[in-house]
Structure formats: structure tokens, C-alpha cells
Design a protein around this ligand. Structure first.
Ligand code: PLP
Length: 363
């Protein structure tokens, strides 16, 4: 393969420094975008080409583009943190790159070589380095790579063209007022994945199908939905829609559903790897819902939390469903969830040593 990289054409009309500073002081999540985008094209004749960083602008898309009809679209999510010395780092981006390629393959799209994924993300971060919030406050630049079918053609077959794009959106602390717990609604009405389906990849369609379940959770007075799978008499835990699920038991186990139909989170893998340092034995296996409910009743399950890039770790302090409504533990974030969160965040922000080579310096 010829050596390829992203060329950069910087904008001549960036958002004014004063406005950017005001945005970075309170970015929230997903509300603002940086000045640039990284894009690349693929065609069956040319392969990957036209890799560039350029001023952020809307796509011009033919109404016949494949993604608009058949949902051939995948995405990723990762964060760039500014360390105390001003340098900018990504957290295990090689895992996002590999997962992006796996997602593409499952949707019969071309696999972007991981080194090009990383090159695109890093080229955007370098162009928009001033958009990475100052060190501290858990703020970061959230990066959102996507890839979609861009061939103009009606007919159910893999697209002969695909577009890759990365945009950046500054992101504030997920829990600005201090970490609080959320309450999950265990839906028995909706599922997110089935064996052989697309539950284990990051595609937009999975999320389209989850929105109504999320609405149901809200109507039940909960914050987010929790999915199970299997027959009614033997439901097993899946995950929390956008985050993986973990349980802490009184005898020091960290339990999480094994891979299969769930999304293989980078945060999940990282929590499992540091668990032993927190006196926990990590166990990946099938977890019946009845085991969780019994454990909450008896006190054997002491903590429940969810893991994902956006919030790192989110304590689950309440769990409700058809015929049950539990307060988890003391109803406040548990000690293990809190310690694991601080540990991972410390590595990401550079405040704790990176003994595993997880952070990757961009600039
Ligand atoms: C992205 C995602 C996660 C979390 O993955 P991370 O790599 O930790 O951010 C969990 N579940 C689903 C369904 C997801 O899409």
C-alpha cells in the first residue's frame, strides 16, 4: 500500500479565540464543534484516498446515498485530554481503531486500516489543539469518527463508496457537581441485540432502535435503560444501552457479562485490567437477572456501575423493573466504583502514572 497520510488545509475563519474560550469554560456535551474535520473517501476502484483535514462544513449528499436508505453507518467515541504540562493525549486509541474496522466489516463496509484511523484522529487533534480544554476539571475534546455508505444507488448490496469523517466536540466534566448515581430501568419489552446480530459493534442503527426503550425508562422515573436477553424465565444481563455493566460482590468479585452480544468497551477492558489493584477478582460470565436481584436483596451485591468513554464510570444507585424497585447499596456511589473511576481518569489526565502504556501523546 502506498504511504498515505492526511493533508491539512486550515480554516481562514476560525471561531474567535474569545468565543472559543467561553465555550471551553462550559462546553457541556455534544453542543459545540471545533473548526476542522478529518475526512477520507473509499471507492472500490481506488481504495482509500483523498485523506485530509479541512475546515468543518456540511456534507453535500445525494438523496440516493446508501446510508440514508439502508443505514450502513458506524461510529467511534474517544477523548483527548490535556495533561498538566500542556501536552495532549489519547487513551488507548488503538482499541477504537481496531473496533472501527470490526464494525465496518460487520456492515460490509471497507475496513479503514488502524494506522489511518489513528492518523486521521491525530491530524484533527493537532489542527484543533486549541479546542482541547485546559488540564483539570475532567474536561476533554471528545472525538467522533464515523464511516458511512456514500454511493448513490438504490438496491440492497454493499456500497461501492464510503466516507470516513472525524469531528471534535469539547466535553465538560460528566458530573459537574460531583459524581452522582443514576437509576436504571430493566426493560423486558425491548432488546438491543441478539446472537448473530450487530450488538457487538458500534453502528448507528443500534442506537436508533434504543431510543424508544430510553423513553420507556424515563417514563418509569429512571435515567437510563438496562437490557437483558434470553427467555422470560431466564433473563441474563446485557448492558446499559451506551455503557457496559459491572457488579461488585461482598466477597470481592467484579462481575461483568462476557462478550458475545454486548459491545466490547475500551473502558470495560481497562476496568477489568486494573481490578486486581483494587482488591477485586474480575470475572466475565453470564449473569442471570435473578442473581443480580437476589444479590441486591441479600446484600451480596454491594455495588453496581456502568463503564463507557463519556462518563468513564457511572455508579448505579437504583434499579427498577417489572415488579421490583431497588436501592443499590447505600444509594450513593460505592467505594470501588469511585476508586476505579479516579484511577482511570487519573491515567487519562496524566495525574497518575501510565504504567501500562495506555496513553498516546498526540502533541
Ligand atoms: C460505546 C459503547 C459502550 C462503551 O464503550 P467504551 O469503549 O468504553 O466507550 C458500551 N456499550 C455500547 C452499546 C456502546 O456503544
Amino acid at each position: 500500500m502506498p504511504l498515505m497520510s492526511f493533508s491539512a488545509t486550515l480554516t481562514t475563519a476560525p471561531i474567535a479565540a474569545a468565543e472559543r474560550t467561553a465555550i471551553l469554560a462550559d462546553p457541556g456535551f455534544g453542543r459545540f464543534f471545533t473548526d476542522h474535520m478529518a475526512t477520507g473517501e473509499w471507492s472500490s476502484e481506488q481504495g482509500w484516498h483523498d485523506l485530509r483535514v479541512r475546515p468543518l462544513e456540511p456534507f453535500a449528499m445525494h438523496p440516493g446515498a446508501g446510508v440514508l436508505h439502508y443505514g450502513q453507518e458506524i461510529f467511534e467515541g474517544l477523548k483527548a485530554y490535556r495533561h498538566a504540562d500542556g501536552s495532549i493525549h489519547l487513551f488507548r486509541p488503538d482499541r477504537n481503531a481496531a473496533r472501527f474496522a470490526r464494525s465496518a466489516k460487520r456492515l460490509a463496509m471497507p475496513e479503514l486500516p488502524p494506522e489511518l484511523f489513528l492518523a486521521g484522529v491525530e491530524a484533527l487533534v493537532r489542527a484543533d489543539a486549541e479546542w482541547v480544554p485546559p488540564h483539570g476539571d475532567e474536561a476533554s475534546l471528545y472525538l467522533r469518527p464515523i464511516q458511512f455508505a456514500s454511493e448513490t444507488f438504490l438496491g440492497v448490496r454493499p456500497s461501492a463508496r464510503a466516507t470516513f469523517c472525524v469531528v471534535g466536540s469539547p466535553s465538560g466534566a460528566y458530573f459537574p457537581g460531583g459524581v452522582t448515581g443514576i437509576k436504571l430501568w430493566v426493560t423486558t419489552k425491548y432488546t438491543r441485540a441478539a446472537e448473530g446480530g450487530t450488538g457487538d459493534i458500534k453502528c448507528g442503527g443500534n442506537y436508533a432502535g434504543s431510543l424508544l426503550a430510553q423513553t420507556e425508562a424515563r417514563e418509569q422515573g429512571c435515567d437510563q435503560v438496562m437490557y437483558t436477553s434470553g427467555p422470560a424465565e431466564n433473563r441474563v444481563l446485557e448492558e446499559a444501552g451506551t455503557m457496559n455493566l459491572m457488579l461488585v460482590t461482598a466477597d470481592g468479585q467484579l462481575l461483568t457479562p462476557g462478550l458475545g452480544t454486548i459491545l466490547e468497551g475500551v473502558t470495560r477492558a481497562s476496568v477489568l485490567e486494573i481490578a486486581a489493584e483494587h482488591g477485586l477478582t474480575a470475572v466475565e460470565r453470564e449473569i442471570p437477572l435473578s442473581e443480580l436481584l437476589d444479590g441486591l436483596r441479600s446484600g451480596h451485591v454491594t455495588e453496581v456501575f456502568a463503564s463507557g468513554t463519556a462518563a468513564v464510570i457511572t455508579p448505579i444507585t437504583g434499579l427498577a423493573g417489572d415488579g421490583f424497585d431497588f436501592v443499590v447499596g447505600a444509594g450513593v456511589p460505592g467505594p470501588k466504583a469511585t476508586a476505579l473511576r479516579e484511577h482511570l481518569l487519573g491515567i487519562q489526565t496524566g495525574d497518575l502514572p501510565d504504567t501500562r502504556g495506555w496513553v498516546r501523546r498526540v502533541c
